[in-house]
Unconditional design. Structure first.
Length: 457
């Protein structure tokens, strides 16, 4: 008997481990991009004098790219296949990355008075949107592809393992963003507006290199199993993916999850720089924390923007740990039950942040990252389960649901502007309520005990 570790990447006698590793590089790439986006808001708040709600246009542009390209990406993925679809996505990401060079030049004209701050902001948002359209191709293709690179019963485990690379990328992204967005010169002036393009041009070059590897690599086009007989002309069988509630509600659950994730990720720096209790004065003299703290308005030490960006890596470390441990748990327990449990725990954690209980609330923010970790890939795997060749089309709709990340952060920013950053956490709390509802009831929606088999009548 073949053990689990040997067979998780084997299908019909093929060892697909290398293909899986290659696809994982895509997860790492788009996570680095997302990680940099998540620390960009505070930069624009200070550089272009924006409110929290206004700076959330960064997330709007990012997720708008996903929304606009999800359906075209799904259609093209079906026609082009996995390999050519991935290469197209990487090429678009590269174009968006190179756009940051002229966008940075436009921004430099603000100080000369020849260009308005709004025009400069729109220039950067255009680059963010183009990169997001490329990432849409990658996510629409890579997420379902990981579920077919081995036995069906470990589909959720594989997608969570791949998403662990996503977690690693999110650890790398914030300090890279902090280095280039919040850097200072010898006189203490912020140099972020001059160096913001550097990490994005680097992403563009790396994207082209990965595209070249995919061009020469063996990337088999594997068909997903058709458990619901969508591809057959069986009497009485429904051929629409919208007739399956486990898919329909996955789209809604993904909308609310990404809304919660985008809000918490986007305003992490704002929370850490404004809501932390008093920081010990000894931290200012410690070499490790020297650039992390600065005197606040009342003379009390507070976390600097750069320090908060670096601290975001610790939060994403919790995120990665959650992904890794969650992947292990899903080899023993039903994926939908773990999803429901983690969502319930995040409802409680965000509620504690809302109540502002000192360092307990701060710890709850980090724990929320841990319990968010498995949600996106697990909702994805549960949503496309058993849909056969239509999984690519279903995948496009689930990716389109990422639009939640464009809308809800603005509401969270509005609440934070009106009250404070802690109160803003009431918005993701309600989002997690719906995710919990979906996870705990998935078995009823799908008529399946778990991802291992469908209980058809």
């Amino acid at each position: 008997m073949v053990n689990d570790k040997e067979s998780i990447f084997s299908l019909d006698g093929q060892n697909l481990r290398f293909t899986f590793i290659l696809v994982c590089s895509l997860f790492l790439l788009w996570a680095v991009c997302n990680g940099m986006i998540d620390v960009m808001d505070k930069h624009f708040q200070e550089e272009l004098h924006l409110s929290k709600s206004q700076s959330a246009w960064v997330q709007f542009a990012h997720y708008l790219g996903y929304f606009l390209m999800s359906m075209p990406a799904g259609v093209l993925a079906t026609k082009l296949g996995y390999k050519r679809g991935i290469i197209m996505g990487l090429t678009i990401v590269a174009i968006g990355g190179f756009w940051f060079i002229p966008a940075t030049h436009i921004n430099s004209l603000v100080h000369e008075g020849s260009v308005s701050e709004t025009t400069a902001f729109v220039g950067f948002l255009a680059g963010v949107c183009v990169i997001a359209t490329g990432l849409t191709f990658l996510e629409t293709i890579a997420n379902p592809y990981t579920t077919v690179l081995g036995p069906k019963r470990w589909a959720a485990t594989r997608i969570n393992l791949a998403q662990s690379c996503n977690g690693a990328g999110w650890i790398i992204g914030p300090p890279i963003g902090g280095l280039f967005f919040y850097g200072k010169d010898a006189l203490g002036n912020n140099t972020g507006s001059q160096t913001l393009y550097i990490p994005y041009v680097t992403v563009a070059i790396i994207s082209l290199m990965i595209a070249a590897v995919f061009y020469f690599a063996n990337v088999p086009d594997i068909k997903m199993e058709d458990d619901y007989h969508l591809d057959e002309a069986a009497p009485g069988a429904s051929h629409s993916i919208w007739s399956h509630p486990h898919f329909v509600l996955a789209v809604a659950a993904q909308f609310f999850y990404v809304a919660a994730q985008a809000g918490i990720f986007s305003f992490f720096i704002n929370y850490m720089t404004s809501e932390l209790p008093a920081i010990p004065a000894s931290w200012a003299s410690a070499a490790f924390f020297h650039d992390w703290v600065e005197p606040g308005k009342t003379g009390i030490l507070s976390l600097s923007d750069k320090g908060a960006a670096n601290l975001a890596s610790l939060a994403f470390g919790c995120f990665l740990l959650g992904r890794i441990t969650g992947s292990g748990l899903m080899r023993k327990y039903s994926a939908h039950k773990i999803l429901g449990l983690y969502a319930v725990l995040n409802v409680l954690l965000t509620l504690l942040v809302f109540f502002k209980i000192g360092w307990i609330s701060v710890i709850c923010v980090f724990l929320s990252y841990f319990f968010m970790s498995i949600m996106f890939p697990t909702i994805f795997a549960l949503g496309i389960y058993g849909l056969g060749a239509r999984a690519k089309k279903a995948s496009a709709f689930i990716v389109m649901a990422i639009m939640g990340g464009a809308i809800l952060p603005k509401l969270m920013g509005y609440v934070a502007d009106k009250y404070d950053m802690s109160r803003g956490f009431i918005v993701p709390m309600f989002c997690f309520v719906f995710v919990a509802y979906y996870g705990l009831n998935w078995s009823k929606f799908s008529k399946a005990e778990s991802l291992q088999g469908v209980r058809m009548h």
